[in-house]
Design a protein around this ligand. Structure first.
Ligand SMILES: [Fe+2]
Length: 384
C-alpha cells in the first residue's frame, strides 16, 4: 500500500534528522557514499513491505562498504534474532549462521554499539572462526551494527569480509553506523505502519461483522462482496494499493444499515414505500459514518464505495443519480459484486437464485444498472 500515512506520522521530521547526522560526517565520505546514504534515506517514504525493504537495505549496505557477504537480522515477536535478508549467502549458510550465531547477534544488539571484529584479537579470532566454519570459508573481518530506533532493539546488520582480504577499519565502521541508523529508522517506521494498517483492517472487519450480525439473512454478505469485488479488481489489473482500498470499501459498503431501525432492516416482507425510502438512506448514513474516520485521505476511496454503490450506470440509482463514469470506479465494481451476492442469497420473502440466474440478470442489466465493461469482466470471471 502506498504511504498514505506519511503526513500523518510526520516522517519528514525524521528525514531531516537523518540528513543532519549525515552532514556531520559528509567531509569524511566520498560523494558516491553520501549519494547512497541519501538514496537509502528516500526509502523512508517508500511503500515497500518490510520483507522487500530489508532485501534492498542489505544489498545497499554490502555495496556501500564493499562487503563480500552479509546478513540483516531482525528481532521477532519473542525477541529472538532471525536473518531476514542476506547478501552473497545461500540458504544453507544462512541456516547455519542462525543456528550458531543468533545468541552472539543478540548480545551485540543488547550492547547497542557497532563493532568491527578482526583477526587481531583473541576473542575476535574465535568469533571469526565460528562464522567461517558455518560459511565454509575463511572470515578475516566482520562488522556488526545493532539496529536501534527510539531506544528499541530491532536487529543487527552483519557484514562479512572485504573481497581484497583487507580488514574493515574505523572509516568503514563510521560509514556503516550512519547507514545503520538510517536502516533502523526506515524499518521501525515500516513496522509501525504495518501495525497501524493491521489495526485499521481489523477495525473495519469488526465494523462489517457488527453490521452482518444485525441481520442473519445478510451474514457474511460484506465479506463475500469484498471477495467478489477483488476478483474484478485483479482482472482489470487495478493497482495493489487501490485494490486494498476497494476491499475495505466493499467490507463497509453497507455500514449505513447500522443506522436503519430494526423494523425496517429486519422486515421480513418486501418493503412498503415508506420503509423503502428509509432503507434507501443507508449509503448517506454510511458516508456520514466514514467521514468521521481519520485520516481523511485514506477514507476518500472507502467513502466513494459506501456513498455511491447504489448508483446505477443509466443514472436511475440513488442517492445522487450519478450516471456512467461519474460513478467512482470502486462503487461501480462494488455494485456488481453486491448485486450478485444479493440475488444469490436467501431472503425471508424469497429464495436466492442460482449463480447462473444471477449472472443472467447482471448480463441483462449491463449498461443499465452496471458498467457494461465491468459487467463483462465479471461474467467472464464467473463463467469460469
Ligand atoms: Fe450490500
Amino acid at each position: 500500500m502506498a504511504n498514505i500515512y506519511t503526513k500523518h506520522l510526520r516522517w519528514e521530521n525524521i528525514l531531516v534528522d537523518v540528513y543532519e547526522k549525515q552532514a556531520e560526517n559528509r567531509d569524511q565520505f566520498t560523494s558516491e557514499e553520501v549519494e547512497t546514504l541519501i538514496e537509502v534515506g528516500a526509502l523512508l517514504s517508500s511503500d515497500l513491505r518490510v520483507e522487500e525493504l530489508v532485501e534492498i537495505l542489505m544489498e545497499q549496505a554490502a555495496l556501500l562498504v564493499g562487503a563480500e557477504t552479509g546478513l540483516l537480522w531482525l528481532a521477532g515477536e519473542q525477541r529472538q534474532m532471525t536473518p531476514m535478508a542476506s547478501y552473497g549467502l545461500d540458504g544453507d549458510a544462512v541456516g547455519l549462521l542462525l543456528k550458531q550465531f543468533a545468541s552472539n547477534i543478540d548480545s551485540v544488539t543488547v550492547r547497542g554499539k557497532p563493532i568491527v571484529v578482526t583477526t587481531g584479537s583473541r576473542e575476535g579470532s574465535g568469533l571469526l572462526e565460528n562464522v567461517g566454519y558455518a560459511l565454509n570459508y575463511t572470515v578475516s573481518s566482520m562488522v556488526l551494527l545493532p539496529l536501534v530506533s527510539k531506544g528499541s532493539r530491532l536487529g543487527c546488520l552483519q557484514l562479512i569480509n572485504k573481497p581484497d582480504g583487507s580488514q574493515f577499519g574505523n572509516r568503514d565502521l563510521r560509514l556503516c553506523a550512519t547507514f545503520a541508523s538510517q536502516v533502523a529508522v526506515i524499518i521501525d517506521n515500516r513496522i509501525l505502519f504495518d501495525k497501524q494498517e493491521k489495526l485499521m483492517i481489523s477495525l473495519i472487519r469488526a465494523l462489517s461483522s457488527a453490521l452482518d450480525a444485525r441481520d442473519p439473512y445478510t451474514k457474511g454478505h460484506s465479506e463475500r462482496v469484498s471477495q467478489l469485488a477483488l476478483l474484478i479488481a485483479e482482472k482489470i489489473e487495478m493497482e495493489q494499493e487501490q485494490q486494498e482500498l476497494l476491499q475495505q470499501a466493499a467490507l463497509l459498503h453497507d455500514v449505513g444499515k447500522i443506522g436503519i431501525r430494526d423494523s425496517v432492516l429486519l422486515d421480513t416482507g418486501p418493503l412498503d414505500e415508506e420503509k423503502w425510502q428509509i432503507m434507501k438512506s443507508h449509503p448517506v448514513i454510511g458516508a456520514q459514518i466514514i467521514q468521521q474516520i481519520q485520516p481523511k485521505s485514506v477514507m476518500e476511496k472507502i467513502y466513494d464505495g459506501v456513498m455511491y454503490h447504489q448508483e446505477k450506470y443509466d443514472g436511475s440509482g440513488y442517492p445522487c443519480g450519478l450516471r456512467g463514469k461519474e460513478i467512482p470506479l470502486v462503487a461501480r465494481i462494488i455494485a456488481i459484486a453486491d448485486a450478485f451476492d444479493a440475488i444469490t442469497s436467501d431472503r425471508p420473502y424469497r429464495k436466492g437464485k442460482s449463480p447462473r440466474e444471477a449472472l443472467e440478470e447482471i448480463r441483462k442489466c449491463a449498461g443499465k444498472h452496471f458498467d457494461p465493461q465491468l459487467a463483462e469482466v465479471f461474467l467472464a470471471i464467473m463463467s469460469r
